[in-house]
Every structure is written in C-alpha cells, then in structure tokens.
Ligand binder design. Structure first.
Ligand SMILES: Cc1ncc(COP(=O)(O)O)c(C=O)c1O
Length: 383
C-alpha cells in the first residue's frame, strides 16, 4: 500500500488538472503578443482568473498571479512597504517561515515588530493583536490556518478589531492552508491582501496568487514589464495558471463533501491512535481546525524514526512544515504552544485528503501503533 498523508506539504495533481495542463501546454503564444496566438493564451489566463476568483469570492481584477505562496507572502509584505503609514508590524509567532523571515527582514531594516503569542492550542487571541496596535502600526499579518497543527485563527474578529482601531492599517493573511478546506469569501472577510498556492488544492506546484483589495497600493518586488498590472512582471505561467484554475473549479465543486469526508477520516484516525497508543497528546485546536490536519506527540518516540518507519510501510507523514523538516529541530509552532520539547520532538502531522479511504486510515493506525511501540521499547528516553 502507498498512502499519502502529507497533503499540507503538497497535494497530488488531480487527473483533470493534469489533462488541462497537457492541453494548455500545447498552446504557443505570449499573452502579451497582439496576434491570435497571443490572444488565445491571454484568454486562457483571464478565464482562469475568473474561475479562481469564484473560489475566493472576489472580482477577478483583485487577483495577481505569483509563483506560489512564498512569493505571494513576500509580495504582500515588501510590496506594501512603500505605502505604509508607519513603521510597526503586528504578526504571530506561528506564521509560516515565508512570513516570519520576511517580517524579520523588515525588522532588521528598521521596523518595530510585535510578535503575538498563541495559546496552548495555537490560537491567536484577538485581544493580543488589538492591544499591540498603536499610532504607527502599518500592517497586521496573521495566518488564516496553521500548516503544522491545523488551528484556524479568529481572523474575522481580528479584522473587525483592527478596522475599528484604524482604517489605515493594511491587513494581510497567509490563507495558503485555508483554501479548499475552509469555506470563506475573501471580500467578506475584509482583509486587504491574502496569499494562496495552487499545489495545496491538487493544482500544480509553482503557481499561486495574491488577492489585493481595491485601493491597496502595491509596488512590484521585481523590476520588469507590465504583466499583472506591473505588480508581478514576467511572462505569465499560462500552463500553471490554467492548472490552478481547474483545481480551483474542482475544489469549489466538492468542497462541502470533501470537508465532511476529511473530518470523518480525521476523527477515525484520532480515535484509533488514541485507543491504541497510551500517552498520546493532541497538538492544536480540535474544534477550530482544518478538517484534514491531525498533529500528535508520541511519548518516547523520535518523530524522524517514526516517519522513516512509516515510510517503509508505504505511509507518508511529516513532522510539521515541509519547509523546516530536518533543518531546525523542534517546531517553532509547538514551542510557541508550550509543548514540552521532549514530546515536541516526537510530533507527527497527518494531513489527509478527500481521496483517502477508511481502509487506508485503519492501516495507518495499525502501522503507527506498531512502529511507535517498537521505537519506544528501544528508546533510551525516560518516560
Ligand atoms: C501556510 C503556508 N504559507 C506559505 C506556504 C508556501 O507556499 P508555496 O509552497 O506555494 O511557496 C506554505 C507551503 O507549505 C504554507 O503551508
């Protein structure tokens, strides 16, 4: 059996997306060229923008294509700097490294930063965000849903509070993990900017988007031509954009059903693991959470050993963020939640998809319990 439970890192390309990509890759033409070849690809780009805007809940003009979530986050933070009304940024300590490292860069160049803590379930308290605001606050950036533990942040409350404080503060959210898993309308949410990535919704890797509310001025972080209103110059990734659009269409079509199915499978997985493994600890909020994400700490188990043993059984899981794995030791998210470093070292993220089955989940429970028992028996750790 080969079972993929690392969908927060990336998702498999949907068959219909692959077909779309193959079809569009046969088209030759630069969307900026005036001839019919160019027009055909321009049409593909603009029709794709419409389909993606339907999933996001905004006008197509509000979408700028980027090379993915990383670039969208960088564009949001560095592109908005010139229009900032102050030199203070508010963010949380559990953001994705793309936001954390961008904010750190701004901090080194003279910005003051309020790093808002989270509670034991990785939830940002809106009051902590609001009490950090001051006259010089230029931007608030808080992720919509955490990639490692799946906690959904109280974004609506944060947006309302920030708007009551000042209408000059730019609000950004990294919504990469929320797309396709949380039912939202980005216009209604009231943020100024939001980042998205196609490969988290069974689309291609290397394509994403930044939502930019009307009236927000953004400078390009690249110097180049007029594409994407000059905000993101460079010949458009037509194939990627078309694949993103097809993935968005599919996600919009079956979101309710797939969310319910992922939730059901996640509950089955949690129940099975907790029944079979004593001392297991759930990381993250259980109720305000992504329907597909289960992060647990195993007593006396190194996560790397467990991940390797599961890999040998054909099961793919991860220890948290794919961007960090094997690089920085214990996760910054678990640390911020106050998870004891020993269990934090034995934390594993199971991130499911709508395509997983009950049979797969039962197999994963059995293999995980057996592997955890074997590792803990041989582990030198004290209980
Ligand atoms: C929350 C979050 N933000 C940003 C990114 C980066 O997106 P991309 O891989 O498209 O650059 C990821 C990907 O893991 C993510 O989970």
């Amino acid at each position: 059996m080969r079972i993929y439970l690392d969908n927060n890192a990336t998702t498999p390309l949907a068959d219909k997306v692959r077909k779309e990509i193959i079809k569009v890759s046969a088209e030759c033409g630069n969307p900026s060229s005036p001839h019919s070849f160019g027009n055909r690809t321009r049409n593909i780009v603009e029709k794709s923008r419409i389909k993606i805007s339907e999933l996001l809940g905004c006008h197509p003009d509000r979408i700028i294509f980027t090379s993915g979530g990383t670039e969208a986050n960088n564009l949001a933070l560095f592109g908005a700097v010139a229009s900032f009304k102050g030199k203070h940024i508010v963010t949380s300590v559990i953001e994705h490294p793309t936001v954390i490292n961008s904010v750190r860069h701004l901090q080194h160049s003279g910005f003051n930063v309020s790093w808002v803590d989270v509670d034991k379930n990785a939830r940002v308290n809106p009051d902590d965000v609001l009490s950090s605001l001051r006259d010089g606050t230029a931007m608030v950036t808080i992720m919509y849903a955490n990639n490692e533990v799946g906690t959904i942040e109280p974004l609506q409350e944060i947006v309302e509070g920030v708007r009551n404080f000042s209408d000059k503060i730019v609000i950004h959210t990294d919504a990469v993990q929320a797309l396709g898993k949380v039912d939202f309308n980005i216009d209604d949410l009231g943020v100024d900017m939001a980042s998205f990535s196609a490969h988290k919704i069974n689309g291609p890797r290397g394509i994403g988007a930044l939502y930019i509310r009307d009236g927000i001025n953004l400078n390009s972080i690249f110097k180049g031509g007029h594409q994407e209103k000059g905000i993101r110059p460079g010949t458009e990734n037509v194939v990627g954009i078309a694949g993103f659009a097809r993935a968005a269409e599919l996600a919009a079509g079956d979101m309710r059903i797939s969310v319910r199915k992922m939730q059901r499978l996640k509950e089955r997985l949690k129940k099975g693991l907790f029944e079979k493994i004593s001392g297991l600890r759930l990381n993250g909020d259980w109720r305000q959470a992504l329907p597909n994400t289960l992060n647990v700490s195993f007593p006396n188990v190194e996560s790397d050993s467990l991940i390797m043993m599961l890999d040998m059984e054909g099961i793919a899981v991860s220890s948290g963020s794919a961007c960090l794995s094997g690089k920085e030791g214990a996760s910054h998210v678990l640390k911020a939640m106050g998870v004891d470093p020993v269990p934090a070292g034995g934390s594993v993220r199971f991130s499911l998809s709508k395509d997983n089955t009950e049979k797969e989940i039962d197999y994963v429970i059995e293999k995980t319990a057996a592997a955890a028992e074997r590792i803990s028996k041989h582990s030198g750790r004290v209980k």
